[in-house]
Design a protein around this ligand. Structure first.
Ligand code: ADP
Ligand code: ASP
Ligand code: MG
Length: 472
């Protein structure tokens, strides 16, 4: 890192809810920022305090069912949790400025919930404004903590920076528009030596309606901002030492991977590795901006570098991940309904319902198509396909839709798996030895992953078996 006349490198640091759990954690986050200001210009992106988003969403839902008591108690804890942090971390001057702002944000919560309980409805659009209020509150606090420590810092609402489409709850950023708003606004602050503290998770349509980027979306906010500013690096601070060979909650012996490629991390996050939102890598991939996963509870640990290529000599499996709440759907057609025709209509139906498949297998000889989806999507899939094949089902040209629930998809990921013979066989063997039945198997089109469908009750054992077999 450079000093003197040369421009400092630009770092975007995103802090997750686990890193902002309370006063002590928020101080630790501010300390991390403070300790890097000499070497780099920093833009901070914050999540809501841990647990707050769940609490807000539940309050909105309860309010829309007419329950006034629930959100009133949430109002109390929302106010109390943030106020406690302010009491413990802010200078007297900052408290005077920030407490009324927090109170106004709690009033916004109250007004929205009151409205939902009156009309007995919460629209996706209103839900986005409410569910991302936690980010507004934590940006208010983190910027004030930095100011209390003597740094110039200002909270910036991402609705003024990130322009998205209007898919409320799962919005997609518009790259050019976002760049056009983010560059001038944040560059001016950075050049003035002010640390912007940006709300994660939220953005806004071009007309200014608040949207959110999907649950866990603050990681994505970090890289959207990083790409818009052509940052040198994006650092994602969380509660584990980096990307690990498996979810440490399932495999206690999992260990940190020092470097992984963009493609590997995309594959891992798509198949459930919660450490990264599945879309996080997309904004930075073309620009080759490295993303680091670091532990705010152990900041001296270097963490994992996610970059264009990973220097790991060992070919084969690099990490195991899993999705536990899956369903395996089977549909079979008579010979008169050709397999391509059956498959076209099934996938068109899934497309219309915006359903992603986790795994697809076929048996052309028997005209059977089998695919895995998230359990939450089964209702939509069932009604859509029942409609699509109404006549065929009636005349038995198509067999009844079968759904096997309580399925888990276990996925082995590794850039160099392609061209390494015998990997699937070894994984099969490892599962077989433990008596775990493999219900279906598929290789990722990227040849970077192999997926196995097993019973959800076997998932822990299956992940551990493959982890052990490949000595990760
Ligand atoms: P944050 O609040 O910082 O966004 P998350 O809870 O969203 O944190 O993500 C971090 C969690 O992801 C970890 O605590 C860990 O349990 C989980 N996780 C799942 N798979 C992995 C993996 N392969 N490597 C690291 N962490 C993982
Ligand atoms: N607070 C949001 C959530 O819980 C976004 C995030 O934490 O990344 O989903
Ligand atoms: Mg997260």
């Amino acid at each position: 890192m450079t000093s003197g006349k040369k421009k400092k490198p630009l770092l975007v640091m995103k802090f997750g809810g686990t890193s902002l759990g309370g006063a002590e954690r928020m101080q630790a986050a501010a300390e991390i920022v403070a300790s890097h200001t000499a070497q780099a210009a920093i833009v901070v992106v914050v999540s809501a305090m841990g647990g707050v988003t769940d609490m807000l969403i539940r309050a909105a839902n309860e309010a829309s069912h007419g329950d006034r008591g629930h959100w009133k108690s949430v109002r109390q804890s929302l106010a109390q949790r943030h106020r406690e942090v302010a009491d413990q971390t802010l200078s007297a001057g900052e408290q005077a400025a920030v407490l009324p702002r927090l109170a106004a944000q709690v009033t916004d919560f109250e007004n929205l919930c009151s409205g939902f309980s009156l009309v007995r409805e919460v629209t996706p659009r209103a839900m986005d404004t409410l569910s991302s209020l936690g980010e507004v509150m934590s940006a208010t606090l983190v910027s004030a903590i930095l100011r209390s420590r003597g740094f110039a810092a200002v909270a910036v609402d991402a609705t003024e920076l990130i322009v998205t489409d209007d898919e409320f709850g799962n919005a997609t950023p518009l790259v050019e528009e976002t760049r056009a708003r983010t560059q001038p606004r944040l560059s001016a602050l950075i050049e003035a030596g002010i640390i912007p503290v940006v709300t994660g998770f939220r953005g806004a349509t071009a007309e200014g309606l608040c949207t959110t980027l999907g649950r866990g979306g603050s990681d994505y906010s970090g890289t959207i901002i990083g790409a818009a500013l052509d940052a040198d690096e994006v650092w994602i601070w969380t509660d584990v030492d980096g990307v690990m060979t498996a979810d440490p909650r399932l495999v206690p012996s999992a260990h940190i991977i020092p470097e992984i490629s963009y493609r590997e991390s995309i594959e891992l996050s798509f198949f459930g590795a919660k450490v990264l939102h599945p879309k996080t890598i997309q904004p930075v991939m073309k620009k080759k901006i490295p993303v680091w996963i670091k532990n705010s509870f152990n900041p001296s640990c270097p963490g994992t570098k996610i970059g264009a290529s990973a220097s790991n000599g060992k070919p084969g499996v690099k990490a195991i991940t899993s999705v536990s709440d899956a369903d395996l759907v089977t549909i079979s057609g008579r010979e008169s309904l050709s397999f391509p025709r059956l498959a076209t209509r099934v996938f068109n139906g899934l497309h219309l319902e915006d359903v992603t498949t986790l795994m697809v297998t076929q048996s052309s000889a028997d005209n059977v198509l089998c695919f895995a989806i998230k359990h939450a999507d089964w209702g939509k899939v069932k009604s859509r396909l029942s409609k699509t094949f109404e006549l065929e089902l009636l005349h038995e040209y198509v067999g009844p839709l079968e759904c096997m629930s309580k399925i888990a998809i276990v996925v082995a990921v590794g850039e160099k798996m392609k061209g390494t013979p015998g990997l699937a066989g070894r994984a099969f063997g490892a599962l077989g030895k433990r008596g775990i039945n493999i219900i279906a198997i598929a290789q990722g089109s990227s040849e970077l992953s192999i997926s196995f469908a097993v019973r959800a009750s076997d998932v822990k054992e299956a992940v551990r078996a493959i982890h052990e077999e490949f000595q990760l």
